[in-house]
Design a protein. Structure first.
Ligand SMILES: [Zn+2]
Length: 86
């Protein structure tokens, strides 16, 4: 995965290192930083419920079930992201 630092130095870097930061009791932010200039990019947020769904997603071998869970996770992540902006 190649990333261009569009918010900062415009340099390209490979394989961003994803980090997790605890924001509130059960909310975590997943992000990475540009290794050249240190600008931070937020990827997504998770809460307890999302992490539970992700765990189920990893376990299931049923494609339909997987897609269903994926949709749920995406919806919840979007909602959470909206909430975090407030
Ligand atoms: Zn940069």
């Amino acid at each position: 995965m190649k990333v261009i630092c569009t918010k900062g130095c415009n340099k390209q870097f490979e394989k961003p290192i994803f980090k997790e930061k605890k924001l509130k009791e059960d909310i975590r932010e997943i992000y990475f930083k540009c290794p050249h200039c240190g600008v931070k990019y937020t990827c997504f947020y998770t809460d307890r419920e999302i992490r539970k769904l992700q765990a189920l997603q990893r376990k299931t071998k049923d494609v339909k079930e997987f897609d269903k869970l994926k949709e749920k996770v995406t919806n919840k992540m979007n909602k959470l992201k909206e909430n975090m902006k407030k």
